[in-house]
Write a protein that binds this ligand. Sequence first.
Ligand code: AMP
Ligand code: GLY
Length: 423
Amino acid sequence: MNVLVIGGGGREHTLCWKIKQSKDCDQLFAAPGNAGTASCATNLPIDVNDFEGIKKAVLAHDIQLVIVGPEDPLVNGIHDFFLKDPLLSSVGVIGPQKEAATLEGSKAYAKAFMMRHNIPTAAYAEFTSETLAEGEAFLEQSNPPYVLKADGLAAGKGVLIIDDLETAKRELGEMLLESKFGAASKKVVIEEFLAGIELSCFVLTDGSSYLTLPMAKDYKRIGEGDTGLNTGGMGAISPVPFVTEEFKEKIETQIIKPTIEGLKKDNLPFKGFVFIGLIKVGEEPKVIEYNVRMGDPETEVVIPRIKNDFLAILKAVNEERLDTVTLEIDSSAAATVMAVSGGYPEAYEKGKTISGLKQLDGKMIFHAGTKQEGDSIKTSGGRVLAITSFGKHHQEAVKSSYEILSKIKYEGINYRSDIGFDL
Ligand code: AMP
Ligand code: GLY
């Protein structure tokens, strides 16, 4: 079958790398892809939100299955676009329809879903510009730190955690009245602060049955020891050592099952990945957020640990027979370390030549922000390369990734040298 992966980051390179290994994969395409996907797929220069452009490509290349990597096209309704078009309606799409994608597209929608289905999460209230005074009063009655979340998609920047009441009130005003996060902060969710350690849980569902994929932990801050600005993710490890069988069982019964059941009860068809951001408070799991896609860089450690033919699994999702699949997971630990551009996540330069990649053929080097220019591969984004390795435990895996990284050079290269430090 011919397959298209939508997106152009490390997540999409990893998905292409895995799908290409399937005996069922004839031609593989990535839109827009990057220099990494070009090594295992044909890149198509189409924006992820250009649905008409994607339609043309799907018809021209006789594509039967589309895997949507990032959240934007899902929240914008790419799956509904396919279903409504007679020429596309028989093409499989992995990724939920617009209504279910709102679990990621609106924090207030996700909170209401969790309340309705009794899924453990932080207590909350939501406010708009009309209810700003109530919001301020709510903050006055709450305890610090104050957690303020822009309701809509804000590229991972819409959450503020503030210690001081006056600052929290000012920020609330800026979000609601001055569009601090654009349209995303027309509504703001104020949440109880939860103290604990975070982890990422991935569930693949066909809408009725589901598979729990390996859990992972990502490292979001730019600086060692989890300091400095937030990034898209600087590294990840899988499995997560503090997830015992008992804790896994709690996640399954208190969170995953009610989530999948809740989708069914609410009549929200869902073929795709549910990424549940969790926090372990004492011994209890609570949901921080839902995403409707795989995580990046978590994909770079989760997918390599899956031993099954991954395209066969995605076909089973599309054909609603996921209950016939048994996951086979590599018991080794996987770690990925992200090499970024100097300056990232603030201003940075692109177009730096990357050297050292040729001698590392066969290693799991997943491209995030790279571009082929003639014979050379150049940096083209903040996050550049994710280096994944296996080991007996995550320390060994991380060490192998650092050895590989020591052979890769580009001007301004930066990475965290402490991935997994807290475990
Ligand atoms: P979100 O976009 O909702 O995942 O939030 C981004 C980050 O903010 C999370 O990964 C957490 O580190 C932090 N965060 C969000 N909500 C809470 C909360 N209720 N308590 C503590 N930290 C939170
Ligand atoms: N690594 C977190 C995310 O993909 O949102």
